[in-house]
Write a protein that binds this ligand. Structure first.
Ligand SMILES: Nc1nc2c(c(=O)[nH]1)N[C@H]1C(S)=C(S)[C@@H](COP(=O)(O)OP(=O)(O)OC[C@H]3O[C@@H](n4cnc5c(N)ncnc54)[C@H](O)[C@@H]3O)O[C@H]1N2
Ligand code: MOO
Length: 390
């Protein structure tokens, strides 16, 4: 059995960023820029007022100074004449500063009488002017570190782009396998259960920026698995769930190999998730996850999402981890890296009592996975551990 980090390296060697496509900025949320963007515009494009008041020449400003108001500059309606030393212009926030002016006196510090204004006694020192290009200049590069966030989209729009080149959204085919499974909403027979982790995995993929192709449940027969693999063709990654272990009905690896799958590993020293398999099938990376609900969803966090991020154009990196103190004592760990379901309360990780990989209710009650390295000695409350936030 290989370690989790060796397995992840193998998975990363199966995936590469997808080609790019151009999309409207409105559709670019969560996508990854294919290349750094360059600002087409300068912001602000002109020196502009940061406050409502009167624009004057700064060198003339003094308590009691008077000016003739010769016009108005509002946002979207500039005043384009030169303003001489004894003159001022009524100005509003966002409006261009007229030529000849370089300071805004806020209206609270001004007394107006007809077209005359007089400055008050206590002027602040601020010029209340936003310099041209103080936010960004034409030609400035912008390369966000992760998928585009709403605030990134706002900046890209301001930079003058209506569309962007992003990595194509990865499509991930998901095949749940098992004669015992029925679709959500169906009534299970006496020896059946509802297929759940495939739905959870699809949602995980969609939320992370991929598009899950959730295929019909495959039965534990070669013919049914073959049909499922046919339906998975063209996907950017294929993920199977279940049928990964050593039982007589665990046929996934056998059928995939019959179709030419090149296996890169089978079995990882992790808990849950031991019978994980990876390889390349029909030119696409394939991950075979164990069927136990928690095993499949933990493998989703630890392997599927990091692989998806590479397809999306992000760097190859394990699931992000944080270090937090334990809220509970833990016995020594066994030889497999253990991903324990825990809840974060008061900044501490409280590990659930029951860690059976079939317990979806425990997983859904958790908001973190505490990572125990192989053969980790006993740990006490207050010791720090690494966690993956769910
Ligand atoms: N003799 C051995 N038995 C098992 C071993 C082993 O090493 N030797 N490994 C165990 C481990 S660890 C795991 S994990 C499981 C994984 O087995 P499979 O991947 O073959 O999974 P299945 O047998 O198909 O299913 C396991 C369990 O999960 C339920 N399941 C399956 N798919 C779904 C789904 N889409 N939604 C909800 N639940 C699902 C299934 O009904 C079973 O209860 O093998 C151990 N056995
Ligand atoms: O390792 Mo299995 O993945 O016990 O649930």
């Amino acid at each position: 059995m290989i370690s989790v980090s060796e397995a992840l390296d193998h998975v990363f060697s199966l995936v590469a960023p997808l080609p790019s496509e151009t999309v409207a900025l409105r559709d670019a949320l969560g996508r990854v820029l294919a290349a750094p963007l360059t600002a087409r515009l300068t912001q602000p494009p002109f020196p502009s007022a940061a406050m409502d008041g009167y624009a004057i020449a700064a060198r003339t400003a003094a308590p009691g100074a008077t000016y003739r108001v010769i016009g108005e500059s509002a946002a979207g309606h500039g005043f384009w004449e030169f303003v001489g030393a004894g003159d001022g212009v009524r100005i509003f926030t966002g409006a261009p500063l007229p030529d000849g002016t370089d300071r805004v006196i806020i209206q609270e510090d001004v007394t107006r009488d007809g077209d005359r204004i007089t400055l008050g006694d206590r002027l602040d020192t601020g010029d209340h002017v936003r310099a041209a290009g103080q936010d960004f200049r034409q030609g400035d590069a912008f390369q966000p570190r992760g998928p585009l966030r709403p605030i990134d989209l706002a900046l890209i729009a301001a930079m003058g782009h209506g569309e962007v080149s992003v990595t194509r959204r990865p499509e991930v085919a998901i095949i749940a396998t098992g004669d015992e499974l029925v679709a959500p909403g169906e009534t299970p027979g006496p020896d059946q259960i509802v297929a759940s982790n495939n739905l959870g995995l699809a949602a995980m993929i969609d939320r992370a920026g991929g598009r899950a192709r959730l295929l019909p449940i495959a039965r534990d027969t070669t013919a049914s698995l073959d049909t499922a693999f046919d339906l998975a063709r063209g996907a950017d990654m294929v993920v199977t769930i279940g049928g990964a272990s050593v039982g007589d009905h665990d046929l996934v690896a056998q059928v995939a190999e019959g179709r030419g799958m090149e296996q890169s590993f089978y079995k990882v020293a992790m808990r849950p998730g031991k019978p994980l398999m990876a390889g390349r099938l029909d030119g696409a990376p394939m991950l075979g996850l164990p069927g136990n609900p928690v095993s499949a969803l933990v493998c989703g966090q630890v392997f599927v999402l990091p692989a998806l991020r590479v397809l999306m154009g992000l760097p190859a990196a394990p699931a992000p981890r944080q270090t937090v103190p334990l809220g509970t004592d833990l016995p020594a760990n066994g030889p497999r890296e253990h991903y324990m379901r825990a809840s974060l309360q008061d900044g501490r990780a409280h590990v659930a009592d029951r860690q059976d990989s079939a317990l979806l209710s425990v997983l859904a009650g958790a908001d973190a996975l505490v990572i125990r390295p192989p053969d980790d000695p006993p740990r006490g409350a207050g010791d720090t551990v690494e966690v993956i936030a769910l």
